[in-house]
Design a binder for this molecule. Structure first.
Ligand SMILES: Nc1ncnc2c1ncn2[C@@H]1O[C@H](COP(=O)(O)OP(=O)(O)O)[C@@H](O)[C@H]1O
Ligand SMILES: [Mg+2]
Length: 259
């Protein structure tokens, strides 16, 4: 028996009015797999992550997480629209880190990392603090627990955001261009944390990125998005080394010339 995919997009479409953003997307991600998503601006990359995070509705198709549909649930043998508890249960499996950090500005690094574990998971404060301290240590910020976001660099804020997402014990981590808002000299420290996560944790990771070098070295598979579809996908060596599709070739040429 083949193992159930961790995530599966089945013929998923998303429209805003007359604009079709995703057009019958099929995508499967295995447990523990590290998948990078690349592609031009506006091709639907962020929308894919936001739908999986249940921040966007789906027009057509089904997203499955460990075999359960995100938007539907079984009741008396029938599939009915999901209620809030079902959505919360599935969403608890997923953590997301955004381009713009999105930390709570009035809370310290520690407070950012314990808020949801206490209010959503019902953890005891002492337990939540112990776990947050470990995670902040893991991202190299053991000395900055009491700092507010405004007292931290962009790279440090992004590392707090990663610790905060991990504090909810997700099985799946989503990263949306998490280094794009950073000064170039701060990019490396954030990528290093992601590298470490990939090595030391049994996480499934889906990452939208413009860091082609990182995508090449880190991912099991790279998907090139174009106009709401996966135009080409494959192991990074193949996709970067010998792209088959003309659109992929054009995109990679343009990115390499710019960078
Ligand atoms: N809330 C929204 N309302 C209308 N259009 C949107 C909305 N969010 C995204 N879009 C449009 O959907 C398309 C895909 O957006 P997005 O997923 O953010 O692309 P990417 O992350 O690949 O740059 C873009 O054309 C964008 O303008
Ligand atoms: Mg985007």
């Amino acid at each position: 028996m083949t193992e159930q995919p961790m995530v599966r997009f089945e013929n998923v479409s998303k429209r805003y009015g007359t604009l079709t953003v995703l057009d019958g997307l099929d995508l499967e991600i295995k447990r523990g797999e590290k998948v990078s998503v690349i592609g031009p601006s506006g091709s639907g990359k962020t929308t894919v992550l936001r739908m999986l995070m249940t921040l966007e509705t789906i027009n057509d198709g089904v997203i499955w997480v460990e075999g359960e549909p995100l938007t539907h649930m079984q009741r008396n043998g029938k599939l009915v629209p999901a209620d809030i508890n079902h959505i919360r249960k599935i969403r608890a499996k997923i953590g997301m880190v955004f381009q713009s950090f999105n930390l709570f500005p009035h809370m310290t690094a520690m407070a950012n990392c314990i808020e949801a574990p206490i209010t959503v998971l019902g953890m005891k404060r002492a337990d939540a603090e112990a776990r947050a301290a470990d995670l902040l240590e893991m991202v190299g910020l053991g000395q900055k627990k009491g700092h507010y976001p405004s007292q931290l660099s962009g790279g440090q804020q992004q590392r707090v955001a990663i610790a905060r997402a991990l504090a909810m014990r997700p099985k799946i981590m989503l990263f949306d261009e998490v280094t794009s808002a950073l000064d170039p000299e701060l990019v490396g420290e954030v990528l290093e944390v992601i590298r470490k996560l990939g090595r030391e944790h049994d996480l499934t990771m889906l990452m939208v990125t413009h860091q082609m070098g990182f995508a090449k070295e880190f991912s099991d598979r790279v998907c090139f998005f174009h106009a709401g579809k996966i135009c080409e996908q494959g192991p990074p060596k193949e996709l970067f080394g010998a792209p088959k599709n003309e659109r992929t070739q054009q995109f990679l040429r343009a990115v390499l010339e710019a960078g």
